[in-house]
Design a binder for this molecule. Structure first.
Ligand code: MIG
Length: 687
């Protein structure tokens, strides 16, 4: 059951796809109060209540005990205490012995989630602007609640199948030559690869929709050559449009009046990578149509995937604020006021992403002019929408890859997301694991973090462990920042082991794709907290470092440096597959309960519930050259099991689930059980 309450005059956010009648107050489960225009929801928490949701945010799977803010921000260098990341996913589920309900705030402005921070027994949710649609969701189970939310907000985005391959990326690949070299090195060494990202280096002076003719002379030929090798180019596009006459996107945008404006009617200007930029008002349909059309030359050159960046929108500084900082510096020097020097640094530190700047320009929606900060959290999502709409117009019969940095609910129908600028830290490996289930809950199934970490220098063992988690992430991308240590697998002494980890991904690819598509097409979750399937098991409910994957699997990666294994809690009897490579793995039946699993640096486990199966194919160097008809089926069963394998052409944007399922049946007593372990069936299947 979903109930809707409206406060003030909310703008259309495109988050919700069904229209519900408005209920009258009171709102169930909460005490409602007002403070000025703020809408405040308060709820007492019982000791055992857990809170799931908030999608992209720091800390644990259970969000209780901390404070979060919905305010999309470019937060390079985020840590455990960072209150906002790049996205706002305003769904929170309350789950406890006496409660099971969710609340969704369809509100693109700032929200504070004080979840047992000020008072450990109280959750307080504050909408600062007070213009919102509030939805209260109830269902029989956590899984059904997640499904209800998806029904409310629409189905998850479907990427093309090749997007489940390994993608290599780096800020700093400065030429076609260099990119070709990176691809060649992967192929030469047998490291599977499906894509290479082009970062802002490919553009001319960092201007969107251009490319440097000196370093990337012929993008079409480059893209075609790469496709021959089953590798796709994935260029980046930023939100800002360089303010430069004679540059077509600026000229057409200016002529159309498509940029966000200040109170005096002039275009809002701020510096980002290309220098001073204007910012398209993506909330307008005509602006989205224009912007989506700008991708066309790249699409015509054969590009099938993009990543959209800097769309919080990130602002380095406005000209006014920079001038003011310099004036202040001059005054400090002229006045020989050395005490003032201490405050000077604040003037410069507060230049980027300044909140006052977000209050200084306007957007148009629903026939109204709205100050940007009131709709701030929609900016990235509406850019994603413009891009996806452009793709659909270009070719409605094809899936394109798109993942973005900033997002809001609704963007989950149009693209995936990456988790932004993480660091090469062990804590950020854990952060990625903990973010995945909450992203899935909020509809973002296609997601992943920068494997190896974006900022600072990775260590060899950290990259190995990142890749082992990455094997299971829908978006499996190695990415790192300019001037950090080279992070391609082949740069490291143990590259062969890491290559084998990626080869396991490819052996699992048809199976993981099947699990992903089944989840997406049934409004389900690809990654889930253990609480979703074992709500009565207090140990499972409290588990923060293991995830359920698809219908029948669980992952438990190593998250610490120099670890030689880890503890794993099994909520039921399972089969452990301990991988070293697609050809070299152990199958160990383990009973419900606690286990210490030894895991050398090259080993990582996958657990399979009884009477479920994992399918391994022979693998290959790309997703297109895989054999997805010959499988080894691994399962723990005493009888017969049937796995429904989803297969399609990988590009159909509207596939029907039923048309693409093949039954794979194996039995413990089949003619070819090659396993010597009782109860473990390993069968060869040819479809
Ligand atoms: O200000 O394009 O998160 O992935 O490599 C940094 C350069 C801009 C931020 C993205 C990152 C990307 C980088 N970008």
């Amino acid at each position: 059951m979903i109930r809707k309450y409206t406060f003030g005059t909310p703008v259309s956010t495109d988050a919700v796809v069904v229209s519900l009648p408005e209920e009258s107050l009171p709102v169930p489960f909460f005490d409602l109060s007002r403070d000025g225009k703020q809408v405040i929801l308060t709820r007492k928490l019982q000791p055992e209540d857990r809170l799931f949701g908030l999608g992209e945010s720091v800390r644990g799977i259970n969000k209780r005990g901390s404070v979060y803010r919905s305010w999309n921000s470019d937060v390079f260098n985020h840590t455990e205490s960072t209150e906002s990341l790049y996205a706002s996913h305003n769904l929170l589920i309350f789950f406890g012995p006496e409660c099971l309900f969710g609340v969704y705030l369809d509100d693109p402005g700032r929200i504070t989630w004080d979840l047992g921070y000020t008072r450990s027994d109280t959750a307080v949710i504050t909408s600062e602007n007070g213009d919102l649609d509030l939805y209260v969701l109830e269902a029989e189970s956590l899984t059904e609640l997640a499904r209800a939310f998806r029904r409310l907000t629409g189905p998850s985005y479907l990427p093309p199948r090749w997007a489940f391959g390994y993608i290599q990326s780096r800020w700093g690949y400065a030429s076609e030559e260099e990119c070709r070299g990176v691809v060649a090195e992967h192929r030469k060494r047998g490291i599977p690869l499906d894509g290479i990202c082009l970062d802002i280096d490919y553009m001319e002076d960092y201007k969107n929709f251009t490319w440097r003719k000196d370093a990337f002379p012929d993008l079409k030929r480059f893209s075609e050559d790469m496709k021959q090798e089953h590798v796709r180019l994935i260029p980046i596009i930023d939100a800002g449009i360089a303010r430069e006459e004679g540059y077509a996107p600026y000229d057409t945008g200016k002529a159309g009046g498509f940029f966000c404006r200040k109170e005096d009617g002039s275009d809002f200007i701020a510096a980002v990578w290309p220098g001073f930029c204007c910012f398209p008002d993506f909330l307008r349909e005509d602006v989205r149509r224009w912007f989506g059309g700008l991708y066309r030359p790249l699409l015509e050159a054969g590009v099938e995937g993009f990543w959209n960046d800097m769309n919080e929108p990130a602002l380095f500084y406005t000209p006014e604020r920079l001038d003011a900082a310099f004036r202040r510096a001059q005054e400090t020097v002229d006045g020989h006021d050395f005490e003032a020097l201490w405050f000077l640094k604040d003037a410069f530190n507060s230049l980027p992403n300044n909140e006052e700047d977000y209050r200084s320009f306007y957007q148009e929606t629903d026939g109204r002019t709205v100050r940007h900060d009131l709709v701030h959290n929609l900016y990235g999502a509406s850019m994603t929408r413009a891009t996806a709409e452009g793709f659909r117009r270009f070719d409605p019969d094809k899936r394109f890859l798109l993942f973005a940095r900033s997002s809001f609910t609704g963007a989950h129908r149009n693209g995936g997301i990456w988790m932004g600028d993480n660091f090469s830290w062990w804590s950020h490996l854990k952060l990625a694991l903990q973010m995945l289930p909450n992203l899935n809950l909020c509809g973002f199934l296609y997601s992943g973090c920068d494997l190896g970490g974006f900022g600072c220098n990775v260590t060899e063992d950290l990259l190995a462990r990142f890749l082992q988690l990455g094997v299971f992430m829908p978006l499996m991308r190695n990415h790192s920042a300019l001037h950090t240590r080279d992070q391609e697998i082949y740069r490291f002494s143990t590259w062969e082991q890491m290559r084998d980890t990626v080869r396991v991904r490819y052996a699992l690819l048809p199976f993981l794709y099947s699990e992903f598509m089944k989840a997406a097409l049934t409004d389900g979750m690809y990654f889930r907290p253990l609480a979703f399937d074992y709500p009565e098991d207090s140990r499972a409910v409290a588990t923060e470092d293991q995830l359920l994957l698809g219908e029948g699997c669980m992952i438990a990666p190593v998250l610490e440096q120099n670890a030689v294994g880890r503890h794993v809690y099994l909520p039921e009897d399972m089969l452990m597959i301990r991988f070293r490579s697609p050809e070299d793995y152990d199958t160990v039946p383990l009973d419900r309960g606690d286990h210490w699993i030894s895991l050398s640096l090259q080993e990582f486990p996958l657990f399979v519930r009884k009477d479920h199966a994992v399918l391994l194919c022979p693998g290959g160097e790309s997703s297109e050259t895989l054999d997805d008809r010959t499988f080894t089926v691994l399962s723990r069963t005493d009888g017969e099991i049937c796995y429904r394998l989803y297969r399609d052409d990988g590009t159909d944007p509207r596939p029907s689930l039923q048309d693409h399922l093949t039954a794979v049946t194996v039995s413990a007593s089949a003619p070819c059980p090659s396993s010597s372990v009782p109860g473990v069936a390993i069968s060869a299947v040819v479809l």
